[in-house]
Design a protein around this ligand. Structure first.
Ligand code: GMT
Length: 379
């Protein structure tokens, strides 16, 4: 029996972060399955590169009136969600980030006088940072408790949320997934020349939004130890608040020839395919989507054993786990990967297997789809 086509309202941050990637890739996969996806956001999510007949975008606009010190975006969002619930006859709302999006969704539901179900997906910083802020903690709990179903991107995030907020709504883990059509080993003959990297040099890569939680100084410190023994370059890919200062530090240390800041790039699969090891040394990380992206391109990782990372990186199998701040251990593990060819090849295989066995789009999207049907039935 064919299941009915659902109309889903999606609320997310249309930004380069992992949550934006997951929200838009999930929407595309659902749209491919025939569901009607309605994105309600301030601007078009960045991965809406190709128009899809089953995807619509409803813009949230807010004027900057002089009386507002802070334009009330969350209220304007609720207003728009309520309109779309009514005009499009939505079956459910899928909200990425509890604060402020779940709050706006709850308000919209009430405004529209609707029985629509709300799924909230927690991505990390909404709990691991906002959850400790007394100005927002109760609101966060409210958003979670008023959601019909709540998912977290890792068991670690689920457990931290339960410990911190004691929510009344049950939380289930649905892991992030990879877009296999984009992330696979690519041929990249031109890249080394473009970046000025010799064929015999090894490449380490870090991709992030350059926030403090990513601990990029630890990556640079580890790299300084690694380059004493190896002919190696470090690629730092992305943009964010810490980048300017880091660039200055690298200049001061005279490392600008070996540490390359590449900014935001569209060719991540190509950059990853040319790299040997992914470094992710964050102090907080609910999942670490870049790890999956690296694995899909057959790149093992050295990463900190914090948050949800150990649910993706299995120490000694598809990479290595280190303690936060242990730059010596990072250098040793990377060294091992760069010198033990047999171990490296095995880890490449295992990295690819990890993605296929646990984080394939088909497997994860079907979990969300089952949840969508359950919530749509509640209405
Ligand atoms: O890591 C970030 O700073 C971006 C943030 C986001 O909002 O996209 O990422 C969070 O969600 C991602 C997708 O679920 C996870 O892969 C990241 O681990 C998580 N970041 C943190 O927990 C710090």
């Amino acid at each position: 029996q064919q299941q009915r086509r659902l109309k889903v309202g999606v609320i997310c941050y249309p930004s380069l972060g992992g949550s934006g990637v997951v929200a838009t890739e999930l929407g595309k996969k659902m749209a491919d399955k025939g569901h009607e996806m309605h994105y309600i956001t301030s601007s078009k999510p960045f991965r809406f590169l190709d128009a899809h007949p089953n995807i619509q975008f409803h813009e949230v606009k807010i004027e900057g009136y002089a009386v507002f010190k802070y334009p009330p975006y969350d209220i304007a969002l609720a207003n728009r969600i309520a309109q779309v619930i009514q005009t499009e006859g939505l079956d459910l709302l899928h909200v990425h980030y509890a604060v402020p999006h779940a709050i706006s969704a709850v308000l919209a539901k009430d405004m529209a006088d609707s029985a629509i179900g709300i799924i909230t997906t927690l991505h990390g910083t909404d709990v691991t940072i906002l959850g400790y802020d007394p100005a927002l903690k109760n609101t966060l709990s409210y958003g979670i408790n008023k959601s019909d179903r709540v998912t977290a991107v890792s068991d670690s995030l689920k457990n931290e949320t339960i410990e911190l907020l004691h929510p009344t709504t049950e939380i289930e883990t649905i892991y992030n997934f990879i877009d296999e059509e984009k992330y696979f080993p690519h041929e990249t003959v031109y890249l080394r020349e473009e970046l000025g990297i010799a064929p015999d040099e090894k490449i380490l890569i870090h991709i992030s939004n350059f926030r403090k939680v990513k601990c990029i100084p630890d990556i640079i410190e580890s790299f300084e130890l690694i380059r004493r023994k190896h002919n190696v370059k470090l690629l730092l890919v992305g943009e964010g608040p810490e980048k300017f200062e880091l660039e200055q530090d690298v200049q001061k240390a005279g490392l600008q020839e070996d540490i390359l800041f590449l900014g935001k790039r569209d060719d991540l699969p190509e950059l990853l395919s040319e790299s040997d090891v992914m470094l992710l040394l964050s102090e907080k990380e609910a999942f670490g989507l870049v790890l999956l992206e690296a694995f899909a391109c057959r790149v093992p990782a050295v990463a900190t054993a914090i948050g949800g990372i150990p649910e993706v990186v299995e120490d000694g199998y598809n990479g290595f786990l280190v303690e936060l701040g242990d730059v010596q251990a990072v250098a040793e593990k990377v060294s091992q990967l760069l010198t033990d060819d047999q171990l490296y090849k095995q880890m490449q295989e295992n990295a690819e297997l990890t993605v296929q066995q646990h984080f394939s789009s088909e497997y994860i999207v079907s979990q969300y789809e089952a949840l969508y049907y359950e919530v749509a039935e509640m209405k």
